[in-house]
Each structure stands twice: as structure tokens, then as C-alpha cells.
Design a binder for this molecule. Structure first.
Ligand code: SF4
Ligand code: SF4
Length: 228
């Protein structure tokens, strides 16, 4: 089965919680990125959506359009998508953002569903290439339970519609373990109940409880100069 526009409509209906009601993280990173939140700046991340998601979005709003690559690297990235279920798109910018018409990637960023080495969905981890750039990654304890609950609920719904997505994130999780093992660093995972664990490097994915004091040290990794 594939993910239809109707599935995406249901995903959008069920996934509306912000990461935090207390913090507006865009106000943290945007001033250091020319006024545009890092995750809304296609110079940092080209939005990729499924054709079916784009079909739904196009029926609801004019704020999305086809992405026109600017550099050779971007052209290659977009060309790689040819023949796949996905396409590169761009919105009209943060000043024109329609909250109800954000893509699934917008709603999820910077997180992806994390699967342990036993291929069990245990929680959320993040797109590590945005470490230093995304304020949320350095302040991961701001994530609130409604966001965690809705994030996992709609991803489980997505996996039922198309198991390829589960495989994609199982692979993504394994890649993250490999990246951090090579760096000999641990990385955090937020579990279903809002607890925090470290995934230890070179351990086969072993997870141990993270303390608040340890997680607070992640704040030092925020390096907005990276965005400049
Ligand atoms: S999710 Fe990260 S990159 Fe996006 S607005 Fe918030 S802090 Fe900035
Ligand atoms: S739709 Fe909104 S949240 Fe998504 S990239 Fe555009 S401005 Fe950012």
C-alpha cells in the first residue's frame, strides 16, 4: 500500500502539536540566519515531500511550488529524486507560512523516528547534520509530551500505510549509530514517555538513562556561527 493524499490529510489532522508551547525556537535561530529559521531556509535543507503529499498540499494552498535548484550540488540532489515517490519543493518563506499547510517534514523537524538495534520504534532522535545549527537539538529537553505522542502516533500510521518508511528510518537510525560510533560520542533519544536516554557508541546501540545535568551540557553545542 502507498501513502495517499487522504493519509496525509489524516496525518496533518493528527499532528499539530508544536515541539514546545513555551519556546518559539524560530526566534532563537532566525536572527542568526538572516532572519529565516534554519529549517525554513532551503540553503540548509531542501524540503522533500512525497508526490501524494504535494498533491494534497497543492489542493489546499498556493504556498508550495517546485524547487528550482541553484547549484550543481542541488541539481544533483534533485536529479536523484527522478523516478522516485518524492520531489523537491519550496514554500513562499517563513513570513508567509500557513501553519495548517506545513509539510510532514516541517512538522517533524529536527526529529525522525528512532529505531533501536532490535528494530523497535523507541522514540525520537534528530537529523545530526543540524547539530549546532538547530537550537532545539541543543535544548532537547524542551520537547513536550503532546508533540512526542502525536509524532509517534502519525509515524506508526505512516508505517502502516507504507512499510518502506519504516525501513527508511530503521536504516537512518542505524546510520546515526554508525556516525556517532565513529566519532566515539553518545547521542540522545527521547522515548515515548518523555524520558531521555543516551545511545552509547560502539555498543550495538545500548541505551542508558540520561541525567538532566548531562543533557544540559548539549547547550554548549549550539554554534550559530555555523549558520553564517
Ligand atoms: S526547529 Fe531548529 S532550525 Fe527549525 S526553527 Fe526551531 S531551532 Fe530553528
Ligand atoms: S512551510 Fe513554514 S515551516 Fe515549512 S519550511 Fe515553509 S516556512 Fe518553514
Amino acid at each position: 500500500m502507498s501513502v495517499t493524499p487522504e493519509h496525509y490529510a489524516e496525518i496533518f489532522r493528527r499532528f499539530q502539536a508544536p515541539i514546545s508551547k513555551v519556546y518559539n525556537c524560530g526566534l532563537k535561530c532566525a536572527p542568526l540566519n538572516g532572519g529565516e529559521p534554519v529549517c525554513c531556509d532551503s540553503g540548509h535543507a531542501i524540503p522533500i515531500v512525497e508526490h501524494s503529499e504535494y498533491k494534497l498540499l497543492s489542493s489546499r494552498t498556493d504556498m508550495w511550488h517546485k524547487y528550482v535548484p541553484k547549484s550543481a550540488a542541488e541539481k544533483a540532489e534533485v536529479a536523484d529524486l527522478k523516478g522516485s515517490d518524492c520531489r523537491a519543493v519550496e514554500c513562499n518563506g517563513a513570513a508567509h507560512c500557513e501553519r495548517d499547510n506545513r509539510s510532514l517534514a516541517c512538522r517533524s523537524f529536527p526529529f525522525f523516528p528512532y529505531f533501536n538495534a532490535e528494530k523497535e520504534l523507541v522514540g525520537l532522535s534528530y537529523y545530526w547534520t543540524f547539530e549546532g545549527l538547530c537550537w532545539v537539538i541543543s535544548n532537547i529537553t524542551i520537547v513536550e509530551k503532546p508533540f512526542i505522542r502525536q509524532f509517534l502516533d502519525i509515524h506508526e500510521y505512516l508505517f502502516k500505510a507504507d512499510d518502506n518508511w519504516r525501513e527508511t528510518y530503521i536504516q537512518q537510525s542505524a546510520t546515526m549509530r554508525g556516525v556517532y560510533s565513529r566519532k566515539n560520542e553518545r547521542f540522545p533519544v527521547v522515548t515515548r514517555d518523555g524520558a531521555y536516554f543516551w545511545v552509547l557508541p560502539k555498543s550495538g546501540g545500548k541505551m542508558v538513562k540520561a541525567t538532566k545535568a548531562e543533557l544540559a551540557k548539549l547547550k554548549k553545542r549550539w554554534n550559530p556561527d555555523k549558520a553564517a
